[in-house]
Design a protein around this ligand. Structure first.
Ligand code: PCA
Length: 205
């Protein structure tokens, strides 16, 4: 099984993005029968979809596992849905600010993950890592990437995709003061569990 793990480049005043730090650590894990490849995604509405397509063509993964930083969150968030809309008060890394702009014209308003997230949530909870299912991936670049990944899954039903939002990690120099953090190791472990559960053919997921 090949897993493409993506993380995001820095954005706003976050010169370190926890999602990329976690992706790099996940890539060093040895999971029997699993080939893990990582790619960094741009925080750009206009470039992120092409970057994902290119990465998928290059690696031909079975699963796309996308990571993003959710500053202020105190849990790992398994995202259930991507919405066909871009909206933000702040610009992306290209200086673009969308205003309730559709990602695609003529495609569904919402797309759901094709990975059983309740099973994953329970498996991560078992390891006492704070986790929850989230029903909103926001309307910023993370959601745009997720929507594109789920569109690719519609074209190729054997492909699976999930977006996971991550808190700041403990000791992250760009974490906002008084905002929750999580040990880096817990976040890496959570992603490892997601990969292992998906790779465990004996497990009914
Ligand atoms: N988080 C942002 C974009 C990049 C990232 O890591 C988001 O939640 O949309």
């Amino acid at each position: 099984m090949r897993v493409l793990v993506t993380g995001f480049e820095p954005y706003w005043d976050y010169s370190i993005n926890s999602s990329w730090v976690v992706a790099k650590k996940v890539a060093t894990r040895n999971i029997v029968g699993v080939d893990i490849v990582i790619e960094q995604m741009p925080v750009s509405f206009s470039r992120v979809r092409g970057a994902l397509k290119e990465a998928v063509e290059k690696h031909t993964p079975d699963i796309i596992l996308m990571l993003g930083q959710s500053g202020g969150s105190d849990k790992v968030k398994l995202e259930r849905v991507a919405l066909n809309m871009m909206d933000s008060k702040r610009s992306d890394n290209d200086g673009y600010i969308p205003d309730e702009t559709p990602i695609n014209v003529g495609t569904p308003a919402a797309l759901f993950t094709n990975i059983p997230i309740k099973t994953l949530c329970a498996a991560i909870e078992e390891e006492c890592i704070p986790v929850k299912i989230s029903n909103s991936c926001g309307l910023y670049v993370c959601n745009c990437l997720y929507y594109e990944a789920l569109m690719l899954c519609r074209e190729n039903p054997s492909l699976k995709a999930l977006f996971v939002h991550l808190p700041f990690y403990e000791g992250q120099s760009t974490a906002k003061p008084n905002k929750p953090t999580m040990p880096l190791e817990d976040m890496v472990k959570a992603i490892q569990i997601i990969i292992e559960v998906n790779n465990d053919k004996s497990r009914e997921i």
